[in-house]
Design a protein around this ligand. Structure first.
Ligand code: CA
Ligand code: CA
Ligand code: CA
Length: 237
């Protein structure tokens, strides 16, 4: 069995697929950064982290993606879905991709000690605070006592999972800070009437994104009810 799994790893890693970086355009409320999904089944977080830092786009060094808002999460998750859908075995294959989040080895519980790479600061271990997070219900759960890296794509949703099993991993997300200095959870300060109008527009945009995320969460909850047999496995995710 172990041998078969090893073979699967070799097959998976022998066909890495580097999607082209896609810019999150400031014209549509983005931050100007570029994001790239790299399909590499069963890759470890450490390896993905090293590869991400070795890549450049428009002269800017990459890093595993850091998510500071619901809008950024939606943009990256849409990329993930589009990228993985092209994979022939997607429906049966893993759906999670590594993000640039990890947990300190000295953490005392499942929710403690999470932080972003690239100087992104702490990641709260629970949803609903001032700092954006999108943990799936019940996550992070430190399943098996060995989950200390952050993945997106939990059951093919945009929600996050603390992950430690590469069998669930389809690849990773690289971000390039081509939009300039990183602004963490930046709140726009309207400086003029024009800016105010822009603010109203982006408020509508944010509202739609939040709606979409809420919808996704409802679908997730509904899927739990309609697939009772999944209950046996869900706790392992
Ligand atoms: Ca980011
Ligand atoms: Ca953990
Ligand atoms: Ca978990």
């Amino acid at each position: 069995m172990r041998r078969i799994f090893g073979l699967l790893i070799l097959v998976g890693l022998s066909t890495p697929a580097f999607g082209a970086p896609v810019v999150w355009d400031t014209q549509v409320g983005g931050n100007g950064n570029a994001y790239q999904i790299i399909r590499a089944r069963y890759i470890t977080w450490d390896r993905a982290n090293t590869i991400a830092q070795s890549l450049t786009f428009q002269g800017v060094q990459g890093h595993l993606a850091t998510i500071a808002s619901a809008e950024e999460n939606t943009f990256v998750n849409d990329l993930r879905r589009r990228s993985l859908k092209r994979g022939r075995w997607f429906r049966r294959g893993p759906t999670e991709v590594w993000l640039g989040g990890f947990q300190s080895p000295s953490a005392q519980s499942a929710i403690d000690g999470w932080q972003w790479v690239n100087g992104g600061g702490n990641i709260p271990g629970t949803n609903g605070g001032a700092t954006y997070t999108n943990w799936a219900p019940g996550e992070p759960n430190n399943w098996g006592g060995r989950e200390d890296k952050l993945a997106m794509g939990f059951r093919n949703s945009g929600m996050w999972n603390d992950e430690g099993y590469v069998g669930n991993i389809a690849g990773f997300v690289v971000e390039y800070d081509t939009g300039g200095p990183v602004k963490w959870n930046a709140v726009p300060e309207p400086a003029s009437v024009a800016m105010f109008g822009l603010g109203l527009l982006s408020a509508g945009y944010i509202g739609r994104r939040k709606k979409k995320e809420a919808q996704e969460r409802r679908e997730y909850e509904a899927s739990k009810v309609s697939s009772p047999w999944l209950g046996r496995f869900r706790s392992q995710l």
